[in-house]
Design a protein around this ligand. Structure first.
Ligand SMILES: [Zn+2]
Length: 225
């Protein structure tokens, strides 16, 4: 163990770990320095109908409740964290964020957690679905089954970043499909960032078109404001 510790120290000397936000050298396992971690803009919302995420979604679909862990603004630490999670091979960020969730907000009896899938081509390129570490950690922590086999991505849409809401809605409408897996009860649908709500509402509406009585609460790691 000592040899391993020394080897790590030597490695750190030449390749020091850096804070994802401000790039200052860090020693702890956390991806952010203490200063940047302290600045993380947590929403402190409950998983309910009285927050901005629910207001965004309620005009597009019928979720039971909604929650986002962090506010997402350009150039704030959330943006850097989620960029690293999605594009820089840092799936552990999703796990860390799930650990930050207030456990008291999950009070209902949920039948399962459904992560929004990415297209197999994107999965091959990226190596993982960036939503999955967050979804899996919540599933393990709260003992809610992770259901990956119900919702599938059938179209690989190009980046949504520069499209307005109408264009996003149109391009995403046929991107998902449901398998034959039956749904019954209350589920949590999970995505990384709630922006226009196009992706999430498409999935909620798709599930409700086949299972109108199913309840879907939406959780995302971040919400744009
Ligand atoms: Zn920092």
């Amino acid at each position: 163990m000592e040899i391993l510790k020394i080897a790590h120290s030597i490695f750190d000397l030449f390749f020091p770990r850096r804070c994802l936000n401000c790039t200052s050298v860090i020693t702890q396992e956390n991806p952010l320095c203490i200063n940047c971690a302290y600045q993380l803009p947590f929403t402190h919302w409950n998983l309910d109908k009285s927050n901005f995420a629910f207001d965004k979604l309620k005009i597009l679909c019928k979720p039971t409740a909604a929650h986002s862990l962090l506010f997402f603004r350009h150039e704030n630490p959330t943006q850097k964290l989620l960029h690293s999670l999605k594009y820089e091979n840092h799936p552990e960020i999703g796990e860390l964020l799930a650990e930050k969730l207030n456990p008291e907000i999950l009070t209902q009896n949920y039948k399962g957690i459904i992560p929004i899938p990415i297209h197999p081509k994107k999965l091959k390129k990226r190596g993982y679905n960036q939503v999955l570490p967050y979804a899996r950690t919540l599933s393990e922590k709260f003992e809610i089954p992770l259901i990956e086999e119900v919702l599938i991505r059938v179209q690989n849409n190009p980046s949504q970043v520069f499209k307005n809401r109408e264009k996003r809605l149109n391009s995403i409408q046929n991107a998902f499909a449901l398998t034959e897996t039956p749904l019954d009860g209350h589920y949590i649908l999970i995505d990384d960032v709630l922006t226009t709500g196009a992706t999430i509402s498409t999935c909620v509406n798709l599930i409700h078109s086949k299972f109108p009585k199913v309840k879907i609460s939406v959780m995302t790691m971040a919400c744009t404001i």
